[in-house]
Design a protein around this ligand. Structure first.
Ligand SMILES: *Cc1c(COP(=O)(O)O)cnc(C)c1O
Length: 456
């Protein structure tokens, strides 16, 4: 393999657009503009093939929680790959890294979680959730309970089941999705809400949409409600405080499974090991991925609460489900080393007590910017709403143009900040310190200033 410096940026770009079909990428744009070639990384910073340093305000894709260049993770993979690079856990086999990781994960998670199913990604985790929840109700003698209720603008991954569970309309438009048996309700997105309810009432109202949907579909047909504690890819949508308690009440009252998609919120992002703890909710299933290995190797899983695990295990039948790479030894070893680092550096506590509150204060200073209609953050995720008119919250037309401009401006100025329509979002590595948060916020302000020169 050529090292990064053996080809010029232009050569890499030409080869890239000639052969590589990128995920989530407009291919026309890619061949016109060429992609940015990232060649190395250290801490919270990336370097591109032209030598520019960029602060990674997104931790890769919400996953590099312990930051780049952590030798402990490299060494864990190396050691495991030389000892046992691969074996599966199908058909009554297993291996030490998978066993140990299962133990550690169930110790980290709330007391009602004592089992985990391993997958290769968040999408596979949500496919597992769909099959497992429906299987659970089959075993309980209620096979008609198979409908999943999810939310518009949710993101649960990109496989057929995960994209169907998700509420992204453009994804549904490609490939005849969603599959049958999935219903979507309104998301708790207060900034985007046009009505006249206060935030508190709006939170309750969004939760009540779940109750209405359950009654519409029929309690005897609903298997589960699935939601991210905070919607990530949908635009860092932080629900009003009144939302989750009401959702929990409804799930309890109608006896439907609650699935908290922890793929982003898990592993410290909100200042707890799981986002569910931040909101004091009691899910039955928790799909995980991303921060589980800090992205050093691909891995996911589903933490399975006792309610479901007891039925599935005690039934004694085979669950016909699994992946060649379920519990991959090298991925498990990296996950274990990653969790060890998160503990050793006290990253979860640091986010909760120090960097989260500090980011909240500094991020909020951007609210005075003429383009910014709202700032919000929780732990180490944050968002800025770009508006044409702060008073009326009127957006720019066409939607998404200014977000893209701001994103491109930011990366050209040394900051990865993502745009979801006209919402700018951040999710930096959990190792970011206070002076680096200052740097992030200063770069964001500069990007906003330059963007404003183009549009105001
Ligand atoms: C990224 C993400 C997924 C999908 O994970 P992949 O590893 O990309 O398949 C699922 N759920 C949430 C909340 C995510 O952010």
């Amino acid at each position: 393999m050529a090292t990064a410096t053996e080809r010029t940026t232009a050569q890499w770009q030409a080869l890239d657009s000639a052969h590589y079909l990128h995920p989530f990428t407009d291919y026309g744009d890619l061949s016109r503009k060429g992609s940015r070639i990232i060649t190395r990384a250290e801490g919270i910073y990336l370097w591109d093939s032209d030598g520019h340093r960029i602060l990674d305000g997104m931790a890769g894709l919400w996953c590099v929680n312990v930051g780049y260049g952590r030798e402990e993770l490299v060494e864990a993979a190396r050691r495991q790959m030389s000892e046992l690079p691969y074996y599966n856990s199908f058909f009554q086999c297993t291996h030490p890294p998978a066993i140990e990781l299962a133990e550690v994960l169930t110790q980290l998670s709330p007391a009602s979680f004592n089992h985990v199913f391993f997958t290769g990604s968040g999408s596979e985790s949500n496919d597992t959730v769909l099959r497992l929840a429906r299987y659970y109700w089959q075993l309980r003698g209620q096979p008609q309970k198979r409908v999943f209720i999810s939310r518009h603008n949710a993101y649960h991954g990109s496989t057929v089941a995960a994209a169907s569970l998700g509420g992204m309309k453009p994804m549904h438009g490609q490939g005849c999705l969603p599959i049958p048996g999935i219903e979507h309700i309104e998301q708790p997105y207060y900034f985007g809400y046009q009505g006249d309810l206060g935030k508190t009432e709006f939170g309750v109202e969004c939760a009540l949409a779940l109750e209405r949907k359950i009654l519409e579909v029929g309690v005897d047909r609903v298997a589960a409600f699935i939601a991210e504690p905070i919607q990530g890819a949908g635009g860092v949508i932080i629900p009003p405080d009144t939302y989750w308690p009401e959702v929990q009440r409804i799930c309890d009252q109608y006896d439907i499974l609650l699935v908290a998609d922890e793929v982003i919120c898990g592993f410290g992002r909100l200042g707890h090991w799981f986002g569910s703890e931040h909101y004091a909710i009691r899910p039955d299933l928790m799909p995980i991925a991303k921060g589980m290995t800090s992205g050093y190797l691909p891995m996911g899983g589903v933490l399975v609460g006792d309610r479901v695990a007891d039925v599935v295990i005690n039934d004694g039948k085979e669950f016909f489900h699994g992946f060649t790479y379920s519990g991959h030894p090298a991925c498990c070893a990296v996950a274990l080393a990653n969790i060890e680092l998160i503990k050793r550096d006290a990253l979860v506590e640091r986010v909760r007590e120090k960097s989260g509150p500090y980011l909240a204060r500094q991020w909020a200073t951007l609210a005075d910017h003429p383009l910014v209609g709202e700032t919000r953050s929780c732990g180490l995720v944050g968002a800025l709403e770009l508006v044409r008119d702060k008073a009326t919250r009127a957006r720019f037309e066409p939607a998404g143009r200014i977000g893209t401009l701001c994103r491109d401006t930011a990366v050209n100025n040394g900051l990865v900040m993502r745009a979801v329509g006209d919402t700018m979002i951040i999710s930096p590595p959990l190792i970011i310190d206070t002076s680096q948060i200052d740097e992030l916020v200063a770069l964001a302000r500069r990007s906003l200033d330059i963007t404003a020169e183009h549009v105001l």
